[in-house]
Design a protein around this ligand. Structure first.
Ligand code: FCB
Length: 452
C-alpha cells in the first residue's frame, strides 16, 4: 500500500470563475460581457440559461469564504470580471467593481486563504468585442491597462496572478467551433485570436515585472491540457495524435516556453496560418513564475479525413467511467502529463489549477445530504495521480478542485454540476457534498487518507 504524504506547504484550494458564480453581472455600474450577450441570445445555451443569478456569489461571497474555511482549504482561485472594472473595456474605471474584489480578498485573508486571481476567464467586455475583441491587435494594450489597474488595486494582498485561463478554449470554442462566446466559427480567425491572446499574456508579464505587485506576487498562465493517445499504432493514427497534441497541448506552451509555434499548426490551418513577426514571438516568450494546468480527461484519437481541420476523431472508451460531460475518467494521464510538461519545458513550478468532474446529483438534498460517490472516487484517484507525479520529481506546488460550487457551465447552463458544494438554485442554499467532506479530510491529513 502506498503512503500518501503531501508537503507541509502544499497549496490546497478550490477554483471558480466570475461569470460562472457571481450573478448580478451588470450591478454597480459594471459593463456587459460577451458572455452576457451570448447567453442572452436565444439558442446559444442549454434552455437559454444565463449567468444573471448563478450562485449569487456577488452578494453571498462572505458565506462562500466561510465554506472554504470550513473545508480547511488554504487557497482560492477566482477570476476578475474585466467589465466590472472597465465597463467599456478601456477608459472609465468603475471603482465599485474594484471594491468588490478588494472586499473578497480581505475576507479571504482574514480566514488565512490565499487569493489566486485570474485576469481573464472568458468574460471580455462587450464593448471591446465590438472593436474586434481578440482579433484586434490593440487588445494586448487594453489587457495590460486593465492588468496594471488590478495590480495597483490588489497587488499589496494577492500573491498569485494568472493572465489567462485556457486560451485554447477561448480560441477553439469562441472562434473556431463557435460553441462559446463570441460564437464565431472561422478558420482564419482562430490563429489570430490565439496570437493576440499570447501577445496580451506576454506584454502583461513583461509589465508586471516593473510594478510594485511583483515585489510580493508571482505571475503565470493557466492552460488546459489533455494527453492524446492513438487508437492504433498505424502511421495515420500516430500522425493524427501528433496533430491533436500540437493543437491542444503545445499551441500555447511552445510559444511561452520556447518562443515558437509547433510546426503542425501550419499543417492543420493551411493558408489560414500566418507568418508572425519575430518580435511578437520574443514578447510572448517571457519567463513566467509558475504554470497552471487544468486537467480533466485524456483523449484517444484516430485519423479521420473528413474531420477538418485536424483530421482526427475522438474514440470513446466505454470500458471506463464517463462523466456527465462525456469525459473519460483516466487519472494515469494526469501523472503522465505532469511528467511530460516537466521534461519538455524545463521543470516549471506547477499548480493543478482545475480538476474535477460533473456527475448527476439530485437538484435538492435528500435528508440534508448529498452523497456523490463517483465524484469522491474521481478526487481520490486524481489526487493519488498528483502525488505519484510529486514522487517522480515534478515540481507540483498545489491543487485546486473545480469547483467550490455547482455553477453555470457556460453553454451547458446549470445542467452539469461540478461542485464539491451543492447549490440549490431555487433557494441558493449551499450543502457540502460527500466529495467536499472527502477533500477536506485529504487536506487535514496531508493526503494520508488517500491510502485508505
Ligand atoms: C474548464 C473551465 C471552467 C469550467 C471547467 C469545467 O474548461 O476553465 O470554467 O467550465 O472547464
Amino acid at each position: 500500500m502506498t503512503n500518501y504524504s503531501f508537503p507541509q506547504d502544499f497549496v490546497w484550494g478550490t477554483a471558480t470563475s466570475a461569470y460562472q458564480i457571481e450573478g448580478s453581472p451588470t450591478a454597480d455600474g459594471a459593463g456587459r460581457s460577451i458572455w452576457h450577450r451570448f447567453s442572452h441570445t436565444p439558442g446559444n445555451t442549454w434552455l437559454d440559461q444565463t449567468g444573471d443569478i448563478a450562485c449569487d456569489h456577488y452578494r453571498r461571497y462572505k458565506d462562500d469564504v466561510a465554506i472554504m474555511a470550513e473545508l480547511g482549504t488554504n487557497a482560492y482561485r477566482f477570476s476578475i470580471s474585466w467589465p466590472r472594472i472597465f465597463p467599456q473595456g478601456i477608459g472609465n474605471l468603475n471603482q465599485k467593481g474594484i471594491d468588490f474584489y478588494s472586499r473578497l480578498v480581505d475576507e479571504l485573508l482574514a480566514r488565512n486563504i490565499k487569493p489566486n486571481a485570474t485576469l481573464y476567464h472568458w468574460d471580455l467586455p462587450e464593448a471591446l468585442d465590438d472593436r474586434g475583441g481578440w482579433l484586434n491587435r490593440d487588445i494586448a494594450d487594453w489587457f495590460c491597462d486593465y492588468a496594471v489597474t488590478m495590480w495597483g488595486a490588489l497587488g499589496d494582498r494577492v500573491e498569485m496572478w494568472s493572465t489567462l485561463n485556457e486560451p485554447w478554449v477561448v480560441t477553439d470554442g469562441g472562434y473556431l467551433s463557435g460553441v462559446l462566446a463570441p460564437g464565431h466559427a472561422n478558420l482564419f480567425e482562430a490563429p489570430i485570436a490565439t496570437h493576440n491572446l499570447l501577445r496580451a499574456h506576454g506584454m502583461a508579464v513583461e509589465q508586471f515585472r516593473s510594478t510594485a505587485a511583483s515585489q510580493r506576487g508571482k505571475i503565470g498562465i493557466t492552460v488546459n491540457l489533455e494527453p492524446k493517445y492513438p487508437a492504433t499504432d498505424s502511421p495515420e493514427d500516430l500522425d493524427a495524435v501528433r496533430r491533436a497534441d500540437a493543437y491542444m497541448n503545445r499551441q500555447y506552451l511552445d510559444p511561452v516556453f520556447r518562443g515558437h509555434y509547433p510546426e503542425e499548426l501550419r499543417e492543420i490551418f493551411g493558408e489560414a496560418w500566418p507568418e508572425w513577426p519575430d518580435e511578437d514571438m520574443r514578447l510572448i516568450k517571457q519567463p513566467i513564475d509558475f504554470l497552471g494546468i487544468n486537467y480533466y480527461t485524456r483523449k484517444v484519437e484516430r485519423f479521420h479525413p473528413d474531420m477538418l481541420p485536424l483530421r482526427t476523431k475522438h474514440v470513446p472508451q466505454p470500458q471506463h467511467i464517463q462523466t456527465e460531460t462525456h469525459w473519460e475518467v483516466f487519472p494515469e494521464a494526469l501523472t503522465r502529463l505532469l511528467e511530460w510538461v516537466t521534461e519538455r519545458y524545463g521543470r516549471p513550478p506547477i499548480y493543478i489549477t482545475e480538476n474535477g468532474a460533473a456527475f448527476y446529483d439530485p437538484p435538492h438534498t435528500i435528508d440534508g445530504k448529498i452523497d456523490d460517490p463517483l465524484r469522491v472516487d474521481y478526487y481520490r484517484q486524481h489526487l493519488r495521480a498528483a502525488h505519484d507525479a510529486l514522487a517522480k520529481g515534478v515540481d507540483l506546488r498545489g491543487y485546486y478542485a473545480w469547483s467550490l460550487l455547482d455553477n453555470y457551465e457556460w453553454s451547458l447552463g446549470y445542467s452539469k454540476r461540478f461542485g464539491i458544494v451543492h447549490v440549490d438554485y431555487s433557494t441558493q442554499q449551499r450543502t457540502i457534498k460527500s466529495s467536499g467532506r472527502f477533500y477536506s479530510s485529504v487536506i487535514a491529513s496531508k493526503g494520508a487518507v488517500l491510502g485508505g
